[in-house]
Design a protein around this ligand. Structure first.
Ligand code: CAA
Length: 258
């Protein structure tokens, strides 16, 4: 497997793992880390042997944001043309479900990276925040859009306008994370969730992810129309026949992604 400088990667039981690994900077997202992250994530996404992806950091930090030192002296045109952070939009178009396993700080771009994932599982040590306002800027990787959709306008406005961090429990209460687990169990829980997803029909998983994304982006009437088509389309697959027959025959289904 390729050696990377700022991430560690692994594949096990149809799950691709990416561990952010810049401990000296609390996994701050610099161009090197982001380039490696996006490259590997897209490679995992293109591999139909991989049914789920887990992204994690260290005990201390998932990621403490975009690298402040790298962007401090840049100007408008640098940033608008992609700056030190080109290409991360590719991450948002992935079809494979992505789980963020978050311990410690998930701030700024780190919180935004977690929100680009489909599921966030948080350790009880996790802290989420959009502190960009303290730096004289605003969220730049989607935080001003995804945070209000995830937790509602009032709390998102408070976080973005004051820079206040929230802990794991408040994040769960607000709907930002799907579950809080003891820090020692974080990777195991993420692994189990990822392996569960990876055991399903990839065709159904892609369709479910598409429909969930439509729910974030479309008005209800269009989303429901999208779902009706996607649901009917599932009946064109062998995996639908296998799943329903296995239920009737009281056995585990064997999906073939056909
Ligand atoms: N960029 C660059 N370096 C960072 C960093 C970041 N976002 N976050 C932490 N580091 C570095 C620190 O500079 C420090 O390095 P040195 O030892 O070389 O000084 C090292 O990581 C350890 O950090 P601290 O000593 O600050 O650790 P702490 O425990 O005292 O504080 C913290 C932890 C509260 C997370 C603090 O590091 C902090 O506030 N970090 C910045 C958080 C932030 O503002 N994030 C938003 C960035 S902007 C952004 O993300 C824009 C966007 O939306 C795309």
């Amino acid at each position: 497997m390729t050696e990377y400088t700022s991430i560690v990667t692994d594949v096990q039981n149809r799950v691709g793992y990416i561990t952010l690994n810049r401990p000296e900077a609390l996994n701050a997202l610099n161009s090197e880390l982001l380039t490696e992250l996006v490259e590997v994530a897209l490679r995992f996404d293109a591999d139909t042997e991989i049914g789920a992806i887990v992204i994690t950091g260290s005990e201390r930090a998932f990621a403490a944001g975009a690298d402040i030192k790298q962007m401090a002296e840049l100007g408008f045109s640098d940033m608008y043309l992609g700056g030190p952070f080109p290409g991360w939009q590719g991450f948002e178009r992935m079809r494979t479900p992505v789980i963020a396993a978050v311990a410690g700080f998930a701030l700024g771009g780190g919180c935004e990276l977690a929100m680009m994932c489909d599921i966030i599982i948080a350790a009880d040590t996790a802290k989420f925040g959009q502190p960009e306002i303290n730096l004289g800027v605003i969220p730049g990787f989607g935080g001003s859009q995804r945070l209000p959709r995830a937790i509602g306008k009032a709390k998102a406005a408070e976080m973005v306008l004051t820079g206040r961090m929230i802990g794991a429990e408040e994040a769960e209460r607000s709907g930002l994370v799907s579950r809080v687990v003891p820090a020692a169990d974080l990777l195991d829980e993420a692994r189990k969730t990822a392996e569960t997803i990876a055991s399903k029909s990839l065709l159904a998983v892609y369709a479910a992810k598409d429909a969930l994304q439509a729910a974030q982006e479309m008005p209800l009437s269009e989303g429901l129309r999208f779902e009706r088509h996607a649901f009917a389309a599932a009946f064109a697959t062998e995996d639908q026949k296998e799943g329903m027959r296995a239920f009737a025959e009281k056995r585990e289904p064997h999906f073939k992604n056909r």
